[in-house]
Design a binder for this molecule. Structure first.
Ligand SMILES: Nc1nc2c(ncn2[C@@H]2O[C@H](COP(=O)(O)OP(=O)(O)OP(=O)(O)O)[C@@H](O)[C@H]2O)c(=O)[nH]1
Ligand SMILES: [Mg+2]
Length: 423
């Protein structure tokens, strides 16, 4: 099996808590505040690794959590930061947030690093809350929670050229002829079940990567014959090479085969049809192939270039490869198919809050910002709670609750915390 899809859970480490502490010195009866900040939590970082070829590792392990930051200490000592956690992924892996489909990263280079789930910052110790008014604050922040979510990983092979065609057209035979790849070749459809990569050496340090994809069939764009998974790899190809069987069998025609595959590409992603496309008319040494070639030329009408070849005898292949090389030289360095839209949300919030009422009459407040604030507050500490209250007022939360119709004595849930509303 070729593992080109995985879903994992990632979590950045929570920040360490800040602490409340005071200096104790000889001859200084009441020392100033000396509680240090917590350390930041470790982040989960994806790193491209050119030696990996599949996502199989993620089948066995699904949870990746970076360690939390250490808590602050007395004498203004900061907690140590949690160590970052690196997860190695093959080059060509696209990372998305599972819930929203937001693109987080497209790992296209060996050694490329992208922060996936950011660790939370450390909570501030009480030294940081000292002011002229309050010289001995008894308040400290708890650490900020790290980002956490389910992440999907899709491997989209970074091949320059993709070989597409119906099963049995001769794609694997062709790649074995032009590269060192040795996929299975057989006289029946669906021989190739996962993509094979091969490097074509044109001499003088000129080379390119070809992907031999499993045969596509009608309905591939909807998943027929696992087509959806294979079409994914075509997305990265700079040049699409249609391999068409020119031999006579059954009721089919070369042009009909071409149209079928072209439509599958189009329905999968319209943009694919805008890529440079060439046609390799294969098995040309067989009887009758010349007539069918003439027919195909007429039907294509010059829209796409046709290269007659025989993957078995090698006829016509050189000319085709040089034409491919020419196209590749014009192509962009990397085919990016999606825009990165992801932002680390630890500190950012779009919607301030959403207030609703459940069937028991309790008020349910959903607010990432507020929930985070509460998580960072030590609710057993009166001074910390007072500080939280002031912040909530400033945000306009109190007013929003009243507007929503909240009465004194009502139960209000903010995230997992339950409060009773009072003036
Ligand atoms: N006569 C002739 N036969 C060929 C040529 N190229 C491939 N074949 C034969 O066609 C059959 C299918 O070849 P494959 O390379 O396995 O075809 P494929 O497109 O990879 O097929 P799938 O992996 O099933 O999609 C094999 O029996 C090959 O020997 C050719 O140029 N001439
Ligand atoms: Mg094959």
């Amino acid at each position: 099996m070729f593992y080109d899809y995985a879903k994992i859970f990632v979590k950045g480490g929570d920040g360490g808590n800040g602490v409340v502490a005071f200096r104790r010195e000889k001859y200084v009866p009441y020392g100033g505040p000396a509680g240090g900040d917590g350390g930041r939590g470790g982040s989960v970082i994806a790193v491209g690794d050119g030696s990996l070829k599949t996502l199989v590792d993620f089948r066995y392990r699904q949870h990746y959590k970076a360690p939390r930051g250490a808590h602050g200490m007395g004498k203004n000592m900061f907690g140590a930061a949690g160590e970052d956690m690196y997860i190695k992924v093959p080059v060509g892996t696209v990372l998305k947030k599972a819930e929203t489909g937001e693109l987080i990263a497209d790992i296209t280079e060996d050694g490329q690093e992208v922060v996936i789930a950011k660790g939370g910052r450390g909570g501030r110790g009480n030294s940081r809350f000292a002011s002229a008014k309050n010289k001995a604050p008894e308040v400290a922040e708890k650490g900020e929670p790290g980002e956490e979510f389910w992440l999907t990983m899709e491997l989209k092979l970074l091949a320059d050229v993709g070989l597409v065609g119906l099963p049995n057209a001769g794609k694997s035979t062709l790649i074995s002829r032009i590269s060192a790849a040795r996929p299975k070749i057989a006289d029946y459809p669906f021989t190739t079940l996962s993509p094979n990569l091969g490097v074509v050496d044109m001499g003088d340090h000129r080379n390119f990567v070809v992907a031999d994809l499993p045969g596509l069939i009608e309905g591939a764009h909807e998943g027929a014959g696992l087509g959806f998974r294979f079409l994914r790899h075509v997305e990265r190809n700079k040049v699409i090479l249609h391999v068409i069987d020119m031999s006579e069998y059954e009721e089919r025609t070369p042009f009909g085969d071409f149209e079928l595959i072209f439509n599958e590409l189009k329905q999968y992603k319209e943009a694919l049809t805008k890529r440079p496309q060439l046609i390799a008319a294969n098995k040309m040494e067989l009887p009758g192939a010349e007539e069918r070639l003439a027919e195909l030329r007429e039907q294509i009408g010059g829209k796409y270039e046709i290269y007659p070849i025989s993957a078995v005898t090698g006829e016509g292949i050189d000319k085709l490869l040089w034409r491919i090389w020419e196209e590749l030289e014009k192509a962009p360095a990397i085919v990016q198919t999606e825009e990165i839209s992801f932002k680390h949300t630890v500190a950012e919030v779009e919607e301030k809050w959403n207030i609703s009422r459940d069937e028991y009459g309790s008020w349910i407040v959903k607010s990432p910002e507020l929930e985070k604030l509460i998580k960072m507050t030590d609710l057993d500490n009166d001074e910390a709670v007072a500080r939280l209250q002031r912040k909530m007022d400033k945000m306009g939360f109190e007013e929003a609750l009243r507007e929503a119709g909240v009465q004194v004595g009502d139960t209000v849930f903010v995230g997992d915390e339950e409060f009773e509303y009072s003036e």
